[in-house]
Design a protein around this ligand. Structure first.
Ligand SMILES: *Cc1c(COP(=O)(O)O)cnc(C)c1O
Length: 358
């Protein structure tokens, strides 16, 4: 069996969910489990949170099906709404909450023949300019949907573009846009992603939408998950599968891009970019062996990577190598590779075995 596993700590996810609730006291929280729960496995995460979560949010009906199968009674929000006829039928059948992010979706909803009323979340484009209606359009649609027999709750949702940069002026402007709509009656309102859950209480409203924080990673470049009271949920662990003594002057790996500056001991590790480890991680990016940090050496291959264990003479074949996780935050690895924890977590590929602990 290939010695590479993503171990997911479900207790950590429950802890982080509770942390989100503590940050937004009295508010309800949709656990965002899109993209297979940010690579952690949506079925297992939905099961683990089914009791305590107030609800879930997903990107599409395919994801909603997985959550519904494991959380039969939960509120599940389709963040981008329905894309086609089949989606609308599924939304009704699975009793989903649906975002309505544009005129096409709103008009289609009014044509829907359904024996069940849907909770609708009108999406306000408060400044991100990705999805949603202007404030003026929101007024129009709120009134029309309020009168529609297909609709139960008429709710308001918006998304913050810069909440991960504390004090960014756009965040305040986005909130002003919402304040302008305060005379419109909505059943529920939701603005906050993880960054706003953690640092911007004015956006908490009725429902917060924590995503990345549930998995124990930080939405901020300058603040670690540990500082935020979050526990990492995934540890990606490989093994040393070969050890080589490399004379000074010899290259290691593709392109011989790393050259030994001294007689070196190089360990080959059972994880590569086809597993989701970032190919752009430069030499020097840390991994953890026997509780010690050791540096990546040379280019990441498809199935393997090399590390320099010259300063860890006790390293042996079969030693566990943590690429990220409990001992090394995914955010630190992401930063070294020029990306964000979100991308690394969601890109762990299907061939990596997931194991669960609770
Ligand atoms: C992904 C997503 C979230 C969660 O964002 P995080 O930064 O991971 O907390 C919240 N709301 C919407 C609309 C999203 O697409």
């Amino acid at each position: 069996m290939r010695p590479l596993v993503a171990t997911v700590d479900l207790a950590a996810i429950r802890h982080n969910y509770a942390q989100a609730k503590r940050c937004a006291p009295g508010r309800r929280a949709l656990a965002v489990v899109k993209a297979d729960a940010y690579g952690h496995g949506a079925a297992m995460v939905a099961t683990a949170l089914a009791e305590e979560a107030d609800g879930f949010a997903v990107c599409c009906v395919e994801e909603a099906r997985v959550v519904r199968a494991n959380a039969p009674k939960a509120r599940i929000l389709l963040l981008e709404g329905c894309f086609d006829e089949e989606d609308w039928r599924t939304a009704v059948a699975l009793n989903l909450d649906v975002a309505v992010q544009g005129t096409e979706q709103a008009e289609r909803l009014l044509m829907l023949r359904s024996d069940r009323q849907l909770n609708v979340w009108l999406k306000l484009d408060s400044g991100m300019h990705r999805l949603g209606f202007s404030a003026e359009e929101i007024r129009h649609w709120a009134e029309r949907l309020r009168a529609a027999p297909q609709v139960a709750e008429v709710n308001l949702i918006s998304h913050l573009a810069c909440a991960d940069e504390q004090g960014h002026e756009l965040t305040g402007q986005q909130l002003d846009c919402y304040v302008d709509l305060q005379d419109v009656a909505f059943d529920q309102r939701s603005f906050a992603n993880s960054a706003a859950v953690l640092t911007f209480a004015p956006a908490h409203m009725d429902w917060v939408r924590p995503g990345i924080m549930l998995y124990g990673a930080s939405p901020f470049a300058g603040m670690s998950a540990a500082e935020l009271g979050l526990t990492p949920a995934m540890s990606l662990t490989a093994q040393i599968i070969a050890l080589h003594d490399v004379p000074a002057g010899e290259g290691v790996g593709y392109g011989a891009a790393w050259v030994a500056q001294r007689p070196s001991r190089i360990a080959t590790v059972s994880c590569g970019y086809a597993d989701g480890y970032p190919r752009h991680a430069p030499s020097g990016t840390p991994v953890v062996v026997r509780g010690r940090r050791v540096p990546l050496a040379g280019r990441v291959s498809m199935d393997m990577l090399a590390i320099d264990v010259t300063d860890l003479p006790e390293a042996r074949i079969g030693d566990a190598v943590e690429l990220w996780g409990a001992q090394l935050s995914v955010d630190e690895v992401a930063k070294a590779a020029g990306t964000i924890g979100y991308e690394l977590l969601t890109k762990v590929t299907a061939r990596v075995r997931r194991e669960y602990r609770s």
